[in-house]
Ligand binder design. Structure first.
Ligand SMILES: [Zn+2]
Ligand SMILES: [Zn+2]
Length: 384
């Protein structure tokens, strides 16, 4: 958990945001049970609610976040148009504002003066408080999105954001209500409840995903990996991985980790709608994981009594030291093989079998590191 948040100076309130969040939340709390008890929601109401909820969520995670903020892959114009449509409906500001703020969040993560939603300023601030007042950390500065500003469709969305967002939030549920003959039920469920739910789920990534969960890759920032959050945030709960390898199109990097956003992006590649998916090299991931394992093992060893230590503690100490040596040796060997490959490429005298041989050496180092990771996890359990 972050340290005690500092007391915030009273920045001027942003009335439009405060009213929007308060009124939509109040409407969801009152209208949903009232209509549910007096009229009841139809299957179509629930179906459209889920459809819009998932479409909004995925447009934010796959579109706003991984495509536009991080450039983790490229997308066909038709897909970008869909992201823009449902991302606008999610009512989380324009792509320009969202991505600019998010890039600043990554660059200055946890900095109380520069990270627009620093988790060190407490749960409320990082969840929603940062949008309610004109904090200096939230000042708009689009100098970090020159790539996005060239996109005319995004510029159009930014310019007409308010009428587009309001129109879609009323228009789409209204159209669905007319189609399924339940306008009020649809406006309440697929309009209001969908909006409030989708807001807070995304906000959890800035608040809870920086407070609750594990840090297997880095302790340099507050971001956490949390499989429970991953389920409700379409995979964004693997936030510790995301903060260290932000350009990877995956947040849940292991194949079994729940990350529907990565599955969507990868399956659309088959249809030619996405391409150039960026993946972090396995070696870099293993290096980060092992570095953390050693950091933890060292910290645990340091807490053990130094004098009169039992024989098994001494043996654990020796095993950790030995593992660390072989870790450093693997890193050095990796660097050597990479250098060799680069030199051979430069000389342009590569025989067919040469790159395959070097490639095999690199794979072998990766296998060694993954065996070492398993050993370190066993050691870690003995040290606990
Ligand atoms: Zn974050
Ligand atoms: Zn990010």
């Amino acid at each position: 958990m972050p340290e005690t948040p500092r007391s915030e100076p009273q920045a001027p309130l942003i009335w439009s945001n405060a009213l929007m969040f308060a009124l939509t939340a109040a409407a969801a709390l009152v209208l949903v049970p009232w209509y549910g008890l007096t009229h009841g929601f139809s299957g179509a109401d629930w179906g459209v609610f889920v459809f819009f909820l998932v479409a909004n969520g995925m447009a934010i995670t796959a579109g706003y976040h991984r495509l536009w903020a991080h450039r983790a892959y490229e997308a066909h114009w038709s897909l970008r148009a869909l992201y823009l449509l449902f991302g606008t409906m999610a009512l989380q500001n324009s792509v320009f504002a969202w991505c600019s703020g998010h890039r600043t969040h990554h660059l200055h993560v946890d900095d109380e003066d520069r990270d627009p939603y620093s988790a060190r300023r407490g749960f409320w601030f990082s969840h929603i408080g940062w949008m309610l007042r004109e904090y200096p950390s939230g000042r708009e500065d689009f100098s970090n999105i020159p790539d996005l500003r060239k996109d005319r469709l995004l510029a159009f969305q930014h310019r007409y954001y308010v009428p587009l967002a309001v129109g879609l939030n009323f228009g789409l549920p209204l159209a669905a209500g007319l189609l399924f003959h339940d306008v009020l039920g649809m406006l309440i469920l697929a309009g209001v409840l969908r909006l409030v739910w989708s807001h807070h789920v995304t906000f959890f990534i800035n608040s809870l995903a920086h407070m609750w969960g594990s840090r297997p890759y880095t302790e340099d920032n507050t971001a956490r990996d949390n499989p429970v959050l991953a389920v409700i945030t379409y995979g964004e709960g693997y936030h510790n991985f995301h903060h260290i390898f932000a350009h990877d199109y995956r947040n849940g990097v292991r194949w079994w980790q729940w990350d529907p956003t990565k599955w969507l992006i990868a399956s659309l590649q088959v249809l030619g709608l996405t391409r150039r998916l960026k993946r972090t090299p396995v070696f870099q991931i293993q290096r980060a994981l092992l570095a953390m394992q050693f950091r933890r093992a060292q910290a645990r060893l340091a807490r053990l009594p130094a004098s009169g230590a039992a024989a098994h503690i001494e043996s654990l100490r020796a095993r950790v030291a030995h593992e660390y040596e072989s870790f450093l040796a693997a890193l050095a060997e990796w660097a050597r093989v990479k250098e060799q490959r680069l030199a051979e490429k430069k000389r342009a005298v590569l025989e067919q079998w040469e790159p395959a041989r070097l490639q095999r050496s690199l794979r072998e180092i990766e296998r060694r590191l993954s065996r070492q990771l398993r050993r370190m996890r066993v050691l870690q359990a003995q040290l606990a």
